[in-house]
Design a protein around this ligand. Structure first.
Ligand code: FMN
Length: 391
């Protein structure tokens, strides 16, 4: 499954000969700053914000800075391949698009633009339950693109079963169950703007188009949208959910199942014991438990405990190729990116998302080659150092 290397860098420099410079920054860390003032204050705050003090959003990034790559020299990197197959998904480089809800608040094309960009770049998209476009329409825009479905497990089991049946019928192959969001955290940036997209009818589109959800309402959604939103808030997260309930997902889904939001070895072991196919080590980009462990700090021990039995994926803090290399070296099979593509969407629609995907891929390939790695299998703890404080 060798694929040609990304030549985005060459394209950019060649366009420069005609006086054309890229519309979006090459450093994906910069997207948040550029988006400030160009997205609505509400959309910017919704993407950038974290739980409580915001400390965990910073800590996710700091955790990457604590690990340093130790490049190796004089290895043959003339014909590298960073392709892999992860839970049936074919990845030219090991990343996927994390589920990000309410994408139409960032750009009117929302999930449709993301699905098209992802399919064009060959990157699998994980569609959020909280999308602003019904899953069937996203699937149509995705076409032959690879797609996974993320479930926010609702309190109403009939709605849960219906979501899974719809997702399967629409060609979503892997199910991602998010564990860390049975209720929404205290998010000061949204609170300061008194902004909750769901209450304004964004992010409820899978519910409003769902036959099981509709049949739980006294009146059709169009006749009483306020009552439909109220119902959504009542069933959004199942706070009584426990490990025993995972058998329900297994009974209603015949593809791989991945649990998102695992941060401890104990929970990773439970996921493996429950017969899950994978986990995503993630703290939801610092949006749920203020003060929680950085996702990267949780990764090595989790990967060491279950990595040989189930697929360990990672997100929370990936902003560039070196971050990808570090997470893979610490045991992740692939990573998911979140905020960068949401900003790319907000700033440039489908083209903005393509920019992010192409930049990340090209930067990853360059970082791998410059570090002396021709394949993913060569990465390991020896690829990194963690310098201690000078004594
Ligand atoms: C605006 C926004 C919306 C999100 N929506 C969802 C969602 O609907 N479902 C979910 O499982 N995770 C959601 N996440 C979390 C992402 O899947 C991912 O874990 C997180 O973005 C990783 O952190 P990073 O973007 O800082 O790298 C969301 C994140 C952001 C920033």
């Amino acid at each position: 499954m060798d694929q040609p290397l990304e030549a985005y860098q060459d394209e950019i420099y060649l366009a420069g000969l005609d006086g054309v410079t890229p519309r979006l920054p090459a450093d994906l860390n910069e997207l948040e700053r550029v988006a400030d003032g160009r997205l609505t204050p509400e959309a910017h705050a919704y993407i950038a914000g974290g739980a409580g003090s915001g400390d965990m959003v910073r800590e996710n990034r700091e955790a990457f800075r604590r690990w340093r790559i130790v490049p190796r020299m004089l290895t043959d990197v003339s014909r590298p391949s960073y392709a892999s197959t992860v839970l049936g998904a074919e990845l030219a480089v090991p990343f996927l698009l994390a589920p990000v809800g309410v994408l139409r608040i960032m750009h009117p094309d929302g999930e449709i633009a993301v699905a098209r960009a992802a399919a064009a770049c060959g990157v699998p998209m994980v569609l959020s339950t909280a999308s602003t476009t019904p899953m069937e329409e996203v699937a149509e825009a995705s076409g032959d693109g690879q797609r996974w479905f993320q479930l926010y497990w609702p309190q109403d089991r009939a709605v849960a079963a219906s979501f899974l049946a719809r997702a399967k019928a629409a060609g979503f192959t892997t199910l991602v169950i998010t564990l860390d969001t049975r209720l929404l955290a205290w998010r000061p940036r949204d609170l300061d703007l008194a902004y909750h997209p769901f209450l304004r009818g964004s992010g409820v589109q899978n519910y409003f188009t769902d036959p099981a959800f509709q049949s739980s309402l006294a009146a059709p959604v169009s006749a009483d949208p306020g009552a439909a939103i109220l119902k959504f808030t009542q069933i959004f997260g199942d706070r009584a959910l426990t490990w025993d309930d995972l058998s329900f997902a297994r009974d209603h889904w015949d593809g791989p199942i991945v649990l998102k939001g695992v941060l401890s070895v104990a929970d990773a072991e439970r996921a493996a014991a429950a017969g899950m196919d994978g986990i995503i080590v993630s703290n939801h980009g610092g949006r749920q438990v203020d003060g929680a462990i950085a996702a990267l700090d949780a990764l090595p021990a989790v990967a060491a405990s279950v990595g040989s039995r189930i697929t360990v994926l990672f997100d929370s803090g990936i902003r560039g190729g070196s971050d990808m290399l570090k997470a893979l070296a610490l045991g992740a099979r692939a990573v998911l990116i979140g905020r960068p593509y949401a900003y790319g969407l907000g700033l440039g629609g489908e083209d903005g998302v393509r920019h992010v995907l192409r930049a990340l891929r090209n930067e990853f390939e360059l970082t791998m080659r410059l570090s002396g790695y021709a394949s993913l299998g060569e990465l390991g703890p020896q690829s990194l150092a963690r310098p201690g404080p000078a004594s």
